[in-house]
Design a protein around this ligand. Structure first.
Ligand code: GAL
Length: 668
């Protein structure tokens, strides 16, 4: 993952643009499009994402003529193209000739053609057609000067993450044979002696289809692993064709990295990309969508191993797929984009360039709305293009953060299965509960995977890591031994990679590190609560903890609990580990308690904010730049001196950032 888009003419610039779907419009509109793109400062578009039915109108007959014209037109206007392979959605002729490519749900119903992504991740028939199209597109455009990067398919697994058809079942058995070697080993890992599930051969194994009650959890976990691998294999198949035909043109596919998209293990996908790109839409369920946006951007940078990445899609204003789709407010477009740029994005794009007049997404916002260019949104779009053009000193700059938050897809899959201590436990909540106060403290965070090198971090937060391998548990313990503060939170270390419980007391894999042992989880019902020694209240999760190492200190204790079960027992502890410390937090803490605990941990780790500030301000450091984003309706102030890039003026030693405004300061 070393390449960036191949800019025509070579000189580096910010990527700025959109998914461009000109096939929905007549030729006259294309002329207006390129003129408006120039006005908006667009530098790159993703072309042809859903072009399959146009460019291959029948099996084996290819017609690229409209796209030839479009590629020339865009190039003539100085706009680079991240060209799609067009394989996101098969055309009708393909699914009618090969109905077996249609996905099947867990209840056995075929998901019909008529939406998108109607293909089974394990279908080799689909792969054959998709790689054939990718090859034809690549051969056709290999020498076109507008070609800057490849955009393979689109948001793999958005709608077709799991398929339960007979082909998937066969491939699942192949995958299991490779993983386990013998059926006895599968029986051991899956614990099949429970409920008479013991298999005599791999042939007897099926995907976890709808069943009378709770299915085997390791079967479900392996099916999730398998499904992510199958989609990745589809991507790799196309990528290999592209690398063969156009070596040197970087290949990407747009991820949906964030705390809401669960089914692709992007830690495995990241290394397969020449450059990482992500789509992020504001989290309408969240009171503070900017926190989720920041988390997703930090996680995307993690998948890109710290390299710059592309924000491939976001919305200029309202989406159309929520319950109530409200527009972004004035200035929010820019604040959202800058939050991504601050965290390593060197390209900002939208879905989509021009709002559709027809089809399922006609009420989704775009760079050019239904109202046309004489609109607030288009004016903000133009303003953003001009601002990004002034931020080129940020290009390629990396972050150097001292805090890691560990995030693991496989643990997520395992932890939210049926028949657990509480059905409404959400990994997302466990992680954001720690990310949010770090964000609010303006401390730079890297979101890292279970195989990350933790060596450079002074604080490692391990929230709700239910499933953990021995190797990851050792790496976390080593980080503490070496001097880091490690914070492990409740429901961590419980099972191994086969979802088998680590016996002897919770938190299993971390028991020795944190020096406590828990006998029981104590999830709380509505109306029940537990009080801690600082007078604060715990409302959903506690654990029955005992100190098992003399060096462990109790930071907070349980004061009162239903039936006195936990009274006087430890709730939050810390234990010296080598040169560092290992904290254990057994309960979901009230916001104030958590903030003061975090402040204590940060101060012991010697970690401060990006810069001192007053008021409500988001501060991020990228290379030798401080980025300030004021999401609030009051002015804020930050202690920073240097050159402000957006206004091209010197600033310091203090900078006032008015309500809703932003600043980008090169320090020094
Ligand atoms: C993405 C998708 C786009 C568009 C967008 C709408 O998931 O890649 O094609 O559907 O959502 O928000």
């Amino acid at each position: 993952m070393t390449s960036w888009v191949k800019w025509p003419g070579g000189h580096p610039r910010f990527g700025y643009g959109a998914d461009y779907n000109p096939d929905q419009w007549d030729r006259e509109v294309w002329q207006e499009d390129v003129a408006l793109m120039q006005k908006a400062g667009v530098t790159i578009v993703s072309l042809g994402i859903f072009m399959w039915a146009r460019v291959e109108p029948e099996d084996g007959r290819f017609d690229f003529s409209p796209y030839d014209e479009l590629m020339d037109l865009l190039h003539a206007h100085g706009i680079a193209v991240c060209l799609a392979t067009g394989t996101a959605s098969p055309p009708p002729w393909l699914v009618r000739a090969h109905p077996e490519v249609l996905p099947v749900d867990a209840a056995g119903s075929v998901l019909e053609f008529g939406a998108r992504q109607s293909w089974c991740p394990s279908s080799r028939v689909f792969m054959g057609y998709a790689t054939r199209l990718a090859r034809r597109v690549a051969e056709h455009y290999r020498d076109h000067p507008a070609l800057a990067a490849w955009h393979v398919s689109n948001e793999y697994g958005c709608h077709n993450a799991h398929c339960f058809c007979p082909t998937s079942a066969n491939e699942f058995r192949r995958w299991l044979t490779q993983r386990y070697g013998t059926v006895d080993e599968l029986n051991r890992a899956w614990g099949t002696d429970f409920w008479s599930q013991r298999y005599a051969s791999f042939d007897q194994v099926e995907p976890p289809r709808l069943a009378p009650t709770f299915g085997n959890p390791t079967q479900a976990l392996d099916f999730a692993r398998f499904s992510s691998d199958e989609l990745l294999a589809q991507y790799v198949a196309e990528r290999e064709v592209l690398r063969e035909v156009t070596p040197g043109v970087p290949v990407t596919t747009n991820f949906m990295v964030g705390p809401n998209t669960k089914w692709m293990d992007y830690w495995r996908w990241g290394p397969e990309q020449d450059l990482v790109s992500n789509d992020h839409y504001l989290d309408e369920e969240s009171a503070e969508p900017e926190v989720v946006l920041a988390f997703s951007a930090d996680l995307t940078r993690g998948c890109a191993r710290g390299e710059p990445w592309m924000l491939m899609e976001q919305s200029t204003s309202a989406v159309n797929w929520g319950r109530v789709n409200t527009p972004k407010v004035p200035g929010q477009l820019w604040r959202n984009s800058l939050a991504a740029v601050a965290r390593g994005a060197d390209s900002i794009s939208y879905f989509q360039w021009r709002a559709s007049a027809a089809g399922a997404e006609k009420f989704h916002s775009a760079m050019v709305p239904h109202a046309g260019p004489d609109s607030r949104v288009f004016r903000e779009v133009c303003q953003e293009g001009a601002r990004l053009a002034g931020l080129t000193p940020l290009l390629g700059q990396r972050s150097d953060n001292r805090v890691a938050v560990l995030f693991d897809y496989q643990s997520w899959w395992a932890s939210e299965q049926d028949a657990h201590p509480r059905q409404d436990w959400r990994y997302r909540d466990a992680v954001l509960a720690w990310y949010e106060p770090l964000w609010r403290s303006n401390v730079g965070v890297d979101v890292v995977g279970p195989d990350a090198d933790l060596g450079r971090y002074d604080l490692v937060v391990v929230p709700g890591l239910y499933l953990v391998t021995d190797a990851t548990a050792t790496a976390i313990a080593d980080a503490a031994e070496r001097g880091a503060n490690v914070v492990v939170t409740s429901f961590s270390g419980i099972v191994d990679e086969d979802d088998r419980v680590r016996l002897g007391g919770y938190p299993g894999a971390f028991r020795d590190l944190v020096g406590v042992r828990s006998e029981e989880f104590v999830p709380l019902r509505p109306g029940q609560s537990v009080t801690l020694s600082d007078g604060s209240t715990v409302s959903s999760w506690a654990e029955d903890l005992t100190v098992v190492d003399d060096a462990t200190t109790v930071v907070l204790a349980y004061a009162s609990s239903p039936g006195g079960l936990l009274d006087g027992k430890p709730a939050v502890t810390v234990r010296p580990a080598g040169v560092g410390r290992a904290w254990y937090v057994s309960a979901d803490l009230a916001a104030d308690t958590q903030r003061s605990l975090l402040a204590q941990v940060l101060s012991e780790a010697g970690i401060g904010p990006v810069a001192p500030w007053t008021g409500a301000l988001e501060l991020v450091r990228r290379g030798d730049h401080v980025i300030a984003i004021n999401h609030s309706d009051g002015a804020a102030e930050v202690e920073v001196a240097g050159h402000e890039l957006l206004t091209d003026t010197p600033v310091g030693p203090r900078l006032v950032v008015p309500a809703g405004q932003t600043a980008v300061v090169r320090i020094g």
